[in-house]
Design a protein around this ligand. Structure first.
Ligand code: DUC
Ligand code: ZN
Ligand code: ZN
Length: 475
């Protein structure tokens, strides 16, 4: 139970409208929305004068305490530091991943990770199980159906890359996506052809081209475009929706746009790093390039315009972060961080941080430039993620009956982004020095103020697990 709150003088932004309204929040839920001045008394008052009221951001793609590089290391934010950072950036729901660890089943790993996350998260959360390699042969698909039923785990990640560790073959894609459809789950795909990436990596190593930025060359455009096309084709064959995560290139975005034009239930996510950073920022700069290493890679600047256009046209559906933080510190670290691959890109843990920066950099580069309307911003960062990932109507928009996940967004609160102020343990940001004009003034999660000019709350374990009924439907 939280004290009743009234939020006054703000301008509500939804995915298709905006209007001046006051909100009443009782027991963590929005119970009334009334024209400005229409609510008085009955609780603490938050004055949102001059601010927009946005639904709490939903980041459907984070990797907190995420094991990687064959379980030899893990990302440096845990579910606590990661969700504290998220809340400070205006994100009040995250969805993270569960991999199958050696000598364990996906069920054991899912239940263990759910407990760990529940003990640490500051904001609400859900989990995507990663489909185990060879799941069609091992019986693990039946476990996924069971996780969907018992835990509401309605989004399953299929890796089409990383042969031998994570990559599933086409049989598992076909049978897994068919089963997902049957149980109301949505397949989400890391779409890169793993054999092409492996071959390109081997050839670069043989040629002695192992500097950090050559990670980019190990992930050719065709590897992404082919896998996106194959995922869409298999989705068509088994009549399943398909969601492509971290779309990085013009070619991949075009495959999704074509499928949409054909009326297919095909959806895509991109991330700020693909819209705002480019190969030209890190090519030939030595170890600092490791800060940008993620997969698919941050590509040539020429791709950015196509991604922006795809967002504006509705061909890409969501903006998530793929927040996978590793420190750039150059001392030997345990577990190993980016310097593990100094001068040898195959050993660099993949990922960039961004869970706190997401809304600020996207508002600045999208809304203030006129590339996106405020409605599109809300749709891409909260409403469509909520709908596609099975969180709506509880999350993702401000309406009576929804969780009171509210961001009081001040469009005139400039700051210069710097890792010294950001809360990720990564200790760096690829947006260092970026000036943004807007930032959150208050952040409420289920009616509880987590962030305000006077307060920063970080109570581990207050975040709730979100059991989802189904996913992959935009209604
Ligand atoms: N894919 C992700 O989604 N995140 C980190 C690395 C990867 O390959
Ligand atoms: Zn991925
Ligand atoms: Zn990821």
């Amino acid at each position: 139970m939280t004290d009743p709150i009234v939020v006054v003088n703000g301008r509500v932004v939804t995915a298709d409208d905006e209007f001046d309204a006051d909100l009443r929040i009782v027991d963590g839920v929005i119970t009334e929305m009334s024209p400005r001045g229409g609510l008085s008394g009955g609780g603490d008052v938050i004055d949102a004068d001059g601010c927009y009221l946005l639904p709490g951001g939903i980041d459907t793609h984070t990797h907190f305490e995420n094991p990687t590089l064959m379980f030899t290391t893990a990302s440096i934010d845990d579910f606590h530091s990661g969700t504290v950072a998220a809340a400070h950036g205006g994100t009040t729901t995250i969805i993270d991943f569960v991999k199958t660890e050696p000598d364990s089943t996906i069920t054991e790993c899912f239940e263990r990770r759910r407990e760990i996350a529940a003990s640490k998260c500051v904001v609400d959360f859900a989990l995507h199980p990663v489909v185990p390699i060879a799941a069609a042969e091992t019986g693990a698909l039946a476990e996924l159906a069971d996780l969907a039923q018992r835990h509401g785990a309605m989004t399953w990640k299929f890796f089409m890359a990383y042969p031998g560790t994570l990559m599933v073959d086409d049989r598992t894609l076909i049978e897994g996506m068919r089963l997902a459809k049957q149980v109301g789950a949505m397949p989400i795909l890391h779409a890169e052809n793993g054999h092409i990436v492996h071959d390109a990596t081997t050839r670069l190593i043989e040629a002695g081209l192992t500097a950090e930025h050559h990670h980019h060359d190990a992930h050719p455009h065709v590897a992404e475009a082919e896998a996106v096309y194959r995922a869409i084709s298999i989705g068509e064959y088994v009549d399943s929706p398909v969601f492509i995560v971290h779309v990085s290139s013009a070619r991949a975005a075009e495959e999704i746009a074509r499928a949409k034009r054909q009326g297919k239930a095909v959806y895509g996510e991109t991330c700020p790093q693909y819209l705002l950073s480019a190969l030209e920022d890190y090519e030939g700069i030595g170890f600092p390039a490791a800060a940008y290493v993620c997969s698919p890679p941050i590509r040539e600047r020429a791709n950015q315009e196509a991604l922006w256009s795809a967002l504006a046209a509705g061909h890409l559906d969501t903006i998530a972060t793929d927040h996978a933080p590793f420190s750039m510190c150059e001392e030997a670290c345990f577990p190993p961080q980016k310097s593990n691959g100094k001068g040898y890109f195959p050993h660099i843990p993949n990922g960039v941080p961004g869970v706190e920066e997401r809304l600020m950099v996207m508002w600045e580069s999208g809304v203030t430039t006129g590339r996106l309307t405020r409605q599109q911003f809300v749709d891409l960062t909260a409403t469509r993620p909520a709908k596609l990932f099975g969180l709506h109507p509880q999350k993702g928009s401000l309406h009576v009956g929804a969780d009171a996940d509210v961001v009081v967004w001040d469009p005139r609160a400039p700051r210069t982004l710097s890792s010294s102020d950001l809360l990720s343990r990564a200790g760096y940001t690829i947006y260092e020095g970026t000036k943004v004009s807007a930032s959150p003034r208050f952040v409420l999660s289920r009616g509880e103020v987590l962030v305000s000019p006077a307060l920063s709350s970080s109570v581990a374990g207050r975040g709730r697990y979100l059991h989802r009924q189904r996913a992959g439907v935009l209604a």
